[in-house]
Design a protein around this ligand. Structure first.
Ligand code: HEC
Length: 142
């Protein structure tokens, strides 16, 4: 039963092949000053926006942009701090608004610094949690 559920959950991932193809190479360490923002991203955003299949945010943005921009938020270079703040505080579709008790203004600033930094300073993709990786092929790595 469990194997069936996992197989069923992975089926839509096949449609996201092109999203994987356009990901930029992300290796190496994260610049030290970006580490706090990367941590905020890993905790609050990666579960929906990581560079893997079957994640609500990544799938939605793949459908929205059709590959014009990377589907994974962490690979985007076109986001600005005001845009990030708007979506984080207001939410959109299935994305909930985040309160200041969840993501403080300081955390939001750190998150924005991370998501707007040059790709080579962001380092490797933020890892997913064990239970998120369990349902993804290759442990959730692109
Ligand atoms: C529960 C899942 C979920 C979580 C958690 C989540 N998002 Fe989203 N997010 C979405 C979905 C779904 C969309 C796309 C909605 C649509 O189709 O326009 C989205 C859209 C966005 C967009 C708009 C991008 C664009 O170009 O339209 C931004 C920016 C964004 N999210 C940032 C974040 C950040 C930063 C976090 C972490 C603080 C986060 N999201 C957490 C689901 C999520």
């Amino acid at each position: 039963m469990k194997a069936f559920l996992i197989a069923a959950a992975l089926a839509p991932a096949l449609a996201l092949g092109s999203a994987a193809a356009q990901q930029s190479v992300r290796t190496g360490p994260t610049a030290p000053e970006l580490a706090p923002g990367r941590q905020v991203y890993a905790q609050w955003c990666a579960p929906c926006h990581a560079a893997g299949p079957r994640l609500a945010g990544t799938m939605s943005l793949q459908a929205k942009y059709q590959g014009e921009v990377p589907a994974a938020l962490e690979d985007r270079t076109d986001l600005s701090a005001p845009v990030i703040a708007h979506f984080v505080r207001n939410g959109v579709a299935w994305m909930p608004p985040f309160r200041r008790t969840e993501i403080s203004d300081a955390d939001l600033a750190a998150l924005s610094a991370y998501l707007t930094a040059p790709l080579e300073r962001r380092g490797a993709h933020a890892p997913l949690l064990a239970d998120e990786m369990a349902v993804l092929p290759q442990g959730g790595r692109p």
